[in-house]
Design a protein around this ligand. Structure first.
Ligand SMILES: C[S@@+](CC[C@H](N)C(=O)[O-])C[C@H]1O[C@@H](n2cnc3c(N)ncnc32)[C@H](O)[C@@H]1O
Length: 255
């Protein structure tokens, strides 16, 4: 079994899929990601429209139930939404059969390791088993901390982009030992790192070959802290303990 697959925590995410969208922290994280990413997506789209007069094709890896994909879809030509957890992809498939839902989302349940994987759409519809489509933009939100070895993951994303294509990957920052409290102690299955170290990520993206690399704090999210009472002092009645978590936006472009 590959390293990336071990990271997926499929059992956990399959179990959580039905109730995923009912978690207020998940909804809030998506809302903040969407507000931050929307201008970036718009810029990629505007640049391509000016140059080639077409809309952009987007790949989202670790899409979950499609909370972000369904927001992005109206801005783009097509979004291929990939997740390793079948339960998550089934939820997304259910959403896109609803009247009025975006019809340009392609849900894929797969551990994507090869940019030429036949689960991806072909570049040329007349040659279905030929070279795979290359994307203008690759997204992921709250996924990087589940991937044990980010280098092959980033290399795979690099290989999925056309020349000039961009990545915009968001996840919480490893700002020090307190970052572990992002997850409750009982929810650490499949968590490979407690956030993303900013400089380390910037260096890694450059090593993989990305240019125009920028890793910056896009927003800060206040989140309930569960199960870490010993560390944060005495129990204060029923008042929930919260902490501020910075989220990084990791940008880069394929030359
Ligand atoms: C914390 S959830 C975030 C889901 C979604 N992005 C959201 O914010 O609602 C992480 C997701 O990444 C998926 N995942 C983990 N490793 C993956 C991989 N290597 N490729 C694709 N999906 C992966 C999990 O199955 C899970 O759905």
């Amino acid at each position: 079994m590959s390293n990336i697959l071990k990271a997926a925590g499929n059992e956990r995410f399959n179990a959580e899929a039905t109730n995923w969208d009912n978690n207020p922290a998940v909804q809030e994280a998506t809302r903040l990601a969407w507000e931050t990413l929307r201008p970036l997506i718009q810029t990629v789209s505007n640049d391509k429209k000016t140059a080639e007069g077409t809309d952009i094709d987007v790949l989202e890896v670790g899409c979950g139930t499609g909370l972000l994909s369904t927001r992005v879809a109206p801005l783009v030509r097509e979004i291929v939404a990939v997740d390793t957890a079948e339960g998550m992809i089934e939820m997304l498939k259910g959403k896109i059969t609803q009247p009025g839902s975006p019809q340009n989302i392609v849900p894929v349940c797969k551990l994507l390791e090869d940019p030429e994987d036949l689960v991806l759409p072909p570049d040329d519809e007349k040659d279905p088993s030929g070279a795979r489509k290359k994307f203008d933009l690759a997204l992921s939100h709250l996924v990087l901390h589940h991937i044990p070895d980010l280098r092959p993951f980033l290399q795979m994303l690099f290989g999925c982009l056309r020349s000039g294509g961009k990545i915009a990957l968001t996840d919480f920052e490893d700002f020090g030992p307190e970052a572990i409290k992002f997850h409750p102690q009982w929810k650490l299955e499949g968590v490979e790192r407690h956030g993303i170290p900013r400089q380390w990520m910037e260096d890694l993206l450059k090593e993989v070959g990305f240019e125009q690399v920028k890793v910056w704090v896009g927003w800060t999210m206040e989140k309930d802290i569960e199960g870490w009472d010993d560390d944060i002092g005495s129990n204060d009645g029923d008042r929930k303990k919260t902490m501020q978590f910075p989220f990084l936006v990791c940008e880069g472009a394929r030359p």
